[in-house]
Structure formats: structure tokens, C-alpha cells
Ligand binder design. Structure first.
Ligand SMILES: [Zn+2]
Length: 399
């Protein structure tokens, strides 16, 4: 029995809210009665699906409905950001059953951090009484660029002491699970695709705001990979004249225009927030960033102006992204998005209303992701589920 056919059948059952009968599966797949029957038997034996009821039909025997058993398998998602370590446990239906955040102080040198990540993953599993063998694997999202094939992060910015770290291998050893490493922005795009039901007609760009900035591209329902799986390194996109000086020597690069550490630094310099600020203290940076957003929301004009300026610069980069890709929408999200999202969207809508080249042809929707600050960890877990469930990957992880 081909693993591909099995994955196709499981995928159909998973996507149908009410479940499917064997007769419906035969109709939807074109597979023979015998093949569908064998696959259903196998999926029942593996515990992945259950017989959840009977549907009466006008003629013939009542049909047994097959539905997925969400509690039969789980996936762990982890997000490594310089200022936040997030963990989620997803069930087979993609529902978050448990989540965990470690304080920024937990991010230290690579070896120590990997140990802490492995411990947090064990806790995530044990605190929910999840049988260890039901966990398919661990997805981990980290700042790019990454060496995808080697599963390594390469000099992630703001992670002190991290040069080239083979995160996939070390975390695999520490946890005993298969580990998938991907970029934070790509993971976030995976999560967004999952909540949209992985539809094959999705075309959008995802703009990711965390400690830094990145992007991912979804075309025809797939996250575009590029030649080294590093699509979306937009930190040095130009946002127009002037602006802050970037580490690369130019001014007005997107990264330095929207990064929380730069915005709170400017806030202190402009007297909006009280100094002194230790920019290496990422907890302080995060707290200050939230304070800046709250001040703007409360009507502080200087705070509002500073965020307006940042959003305006973001709009310049988004214009280029939209014009290059001809997507239906740009989705914004990531851990730094929720506090300033509504404000940025207002500026983005106004700035881009008549600016996009394809504006006469079709609408380009600008919207904030509904997934909140845990989106990246959720996406990392979705990558594991994709490997397990998608017909493309053959569903071999379920054997
Ligand atoms: Zn730059």
C-alpha cells in the first residue's frame, strides 16, 4: 500500500469537518474499494482515525463516518528569538493544547540554551500527560539566514556567543525526536497557511516583526523556498532617504527602521521614554517597546509620531514586496506585531492606497495575522505536521 495514497486519504479525512465515509473517499480519490478499505483499516490500527458514527442513506447500508482522532499524535513547536523562547504543543488537528514561555534570561550560549529548550520540551509533554511516543517531532524556528540542509543557524543577530550552531542535530540528540529547523518568518507563514486550511490558491507575503524583521512568500499554497531556503531576508531593503544609520553603512534600511531596539532607543533620545536604556538588556527593550505602544495608544503625540514614522518606512518596503510578487495580500505578524499592529495597519493602508502597480487589476489585502505572538512556535509545529500529514511528504512519519 503506497504511503502516498494513505496520506491522501488521511488528508481528506482531516480536512472534512464532519468526517468522510469510505464511499465518499472512493469518490474523492478514484482509488479502488479494496484500497480505500485497506487504508482505512491501517489508519484505524494506527489510531489516527476513528469510526465516529453512521450516516443513513436512502438505499443500501448506513455509511460509517471516519474522522481524525486529534489526540492520536502531537507536534512540538519552538521559537528561538533573542528576546523570547516560546513552546507550543499542537494536536493532530493543529489545536494548541499547551504553551510555555521562558524568560529572555534563558537565552544564553548555544549549549546551555539547547539544554533549556530540551527541558522545556520535556515539561511541555509531561505537564499534559501526553504519551511521549505520540509526539511526532519538534519544529524549531530561528532567525535567518540558516543553513537549511545542515540544520544550522549562522551568526544570528543579538544572540551573544552564537556563531555557527548545528541546532537540529544538538536538539535532536537532547530530545530524541526528529527535529526540523526553519526560519522564523517561514514558520510564521506555515502557521498562517494552516489557519487558512492550506488552500492551494493562497498567494501572500508574510512580513515578520520580531527582534528583527524578515519575510516569507507563499505562492499557490506553498511556502517558497529559494535555492538555500532563505527567501525573505529584507533587513536591508531601502525605505527611502535618511533615517537611521544601519550596521551595513547605509541609512534607512528596513531593519533599523522598525526593530524594537532601535525604536526604544530613539524614544529615549527624544525624551518619550525615560533612560538610561541598556540596549543589550532585551527584557528592558521589550518592556520599553510595549510602553512606547501604550503611550501612543493613550494619545502621546511624540510616541505616536515615532511609530507613524516607522510604519511609513515599513510601507515603502511593503510596496516593493507587493510589486515584485503580485500577491493577493500581505500578512503581518510575529512577536513584535501585536502591540503596534492596528496603528501600523492604518498607516500602511493610507500609504499604499494608490501606490501599488497592480492596484488597478486587483486588490492587495493588508492584514494582521490573528495568531498573536506565539505564531512562530505554532508554525514550527505545523512544519512537523506537514511532514507527517501532507501527501507531498508521503506521510512517512506516521509509520
Ligand atoms: Zn543595512
Amino acid at each position: 500500500m503506497s504511503a502516498f495514497n494513505q496520506a491522501v486519504v488521511l488528508d481528506l479525512i482531516r480536512r472534512s469537518e464532519a468526517g468522510m465515509s469510505r464511499v465518499e473517499l472512493i469518490g474523492a480519490t478514484g482509488l479502488s474499494t479494496q484500497t480505500v478499505s485497506n487504508i482505512a483499516r491501517r489508519l484505524l490500527d494506527l489510531g489516527l482515525i476513528v469510526e465516529s458514527g453512521k450516516v443513513h442513506v436512502p438505499q443500501g447500508k448506513p455509511r460509517t463516518t471516519l474522522t481524525i482522532d486529534p489526540k492520536s499524535r502531537y507536534a512540538v513547536g519552538a521559537h528561538l528569538d533573542p528576546s523570547v523562547l516560546t513552546f507550543v504543543l499542537l494536536d493532530l488537528a493543529g489545536t494548541v493544547v499547551h504553551r510555555k514561555h521562558l524568560p529572555v534570561e534563558a537565552v544564553a550560549g548555544p549549549e546551555e540554551t539547547v539544554d533549556k529548550i530540551a527541558t522545556a520540551i520535556e515539561e511541555l509533554i509531561s505537564e499534559t500527560d501526553t504519551p511521549r511516543e505520540r509526539v511526532l517531532g519538534v519544529g524549531i524556528a530561528a532567525p535567518g539566514p540558516i543553513e537549511f540542509d545542515q540544520g544550522a543557524v549562522v551568526g544570528p543577530p543579538m544572540l551573544i556567543g552564537w556563531k555557527r550552531v548545528e541546532l537540529r542535530e544538538s536538539l535532536g540528540k537532547a530530545t530524541g525526536y526528529p527535529v526540523f529547523l526553519d526560519k522564523d518568518s517561514a514558520a510564521a507563514a506555515h502557521a498562517e497557511l494552516w489557519v487558512r486550511d492550506n488552500r492551494s490558491d493562497e498567494n501572500f507575503a508574510f512580513v515578520y516583526l520580531g527582534s528583527g524583521v524578515g519575510a516569507a512568500v507563499v505562492m499557490n499554497g506553498e511556502v517558497v523556498r529559494g535555492s538555500s531556503n532563505n527567501v525573505g531576508e529584507i533587513g536591508h531593503f531601502s525605505t527611502g532617504d535618511g533615517g537611521r544609520v544601519c550596521g551595513c553603512g547605509r541609512t534607512g534600511c528596513l531593519g533599523v527602521s522598525v526593530m524594537p531596539v532601535q525604536l526604544v532607543n530613539d524614544s529615549v533620545n527624544r525624551g518619550i521614554l525615560q533612560g538610561p536604556l541598556d540596549t543589550a538588556d532585551l527584557r528592558q527593550v521589550t518592556d520599553h517597546f510595549h510602553k512606547l505602544a501604550s503611550l501612543a495608544d493613550a494619545g502621546d503625540e511624540k510616541a505616536g509620531a515615532l511609530l507613524h514614522e516607522a510604519a511609513g518606512r515599513l510601507a515603502r518596503a511593503v510596496e516593493d514586496i507587493a510589486n515584485l510578487l503580485d500577491v493577493d495580500g500581505i500578512v503581518f505578524g510575529g512577536p513584535s506585531w501585536p502591540p503596534i499592529g492596528d496603528r501600523y495597519l492604518e498607516v500602511l493602508h493610507a500609504a499604499l492606497a494608490n501606490r501599488l502597480a497592480m492596484g488597478m487589476i486587483h486588490e492587495v489585502e493588508l492584514l494582521g495575522s490573528a495568531l498573536g505572538e506565539d505564531i512562530t512556535a505554532v508554525g514550527a509545529a505545523c512544519i512537523v505536521l506537514d511532514h507527517a500529514l501532507s501527501p507531498r511528504s508521503g506521510g512517512l512519519m506516521l509509520e
